[in-house]
Design a protein around this ligand. Structure first.
Ligand SMILES: [Zn+2]
Length: 133
């Protein structure tokens, strides 16, 4: 099996949906793969941090249009009606969504970095092989 897709790791870390056969297969892989286990551990820590975060943890309050856009995107509605501002639960969910996206980006960057490093090491082992760029 290939490594677990970062988006699937995020879903597992969130634990919001009932477990599927794909989840069971992914967890079996994670049990035997240090890399995926580390990635899941990192995402789980970010999710836990996001769930316990308070608005005061944000460096500044984002403009209302940001919350409106996030809420609209999460609702799946093309043009959601204007919603009341500063609803704590809604803002907390938006913060969680932002942190989840940041985690996915960090994991993807780490994955790319690892992949690049592995290619460089492989190229160093085979001096006559030009390797990948
Ligand atoms: Zn793996």
């Amino acid at each position: 099996m290939n490594h677990v897709d970062p988006s699937h790791l995020v879903e597992l870390a969130l634990g919001n949906t009932p477990r599927t056969a794909a989840d069971t297969e992914a967890l079996h892989h994670i049990a035997h793969c240090a890399r995926c286990r580390d990635d899941l551990h990192t995402m789980t820590r970010v999710v836990e941090a996001a769930r316990t975060a308070e608005l005061i943890d944000l460096p500044t309050t984002p403009p209302a249009r940001v919350w409106h856009r996030i809420t609209r995107d999460l609702s799946g509605e093309p043009t959601a009606p204007e919603r009341p501002r500063h609803t704590p639960d809604r803002r907390k969910r938006a913060l969680l969504a932002l942190l989840t996206l940041a985690t996915a980006a960090a994991v993807t960057a780490a994955h790319c970095s690892r992949h690049r490093r592995a290619r460089q090491q492989a190229a160093a082992r085979l001096p006559g092989d030009p390797g990948c760029s």
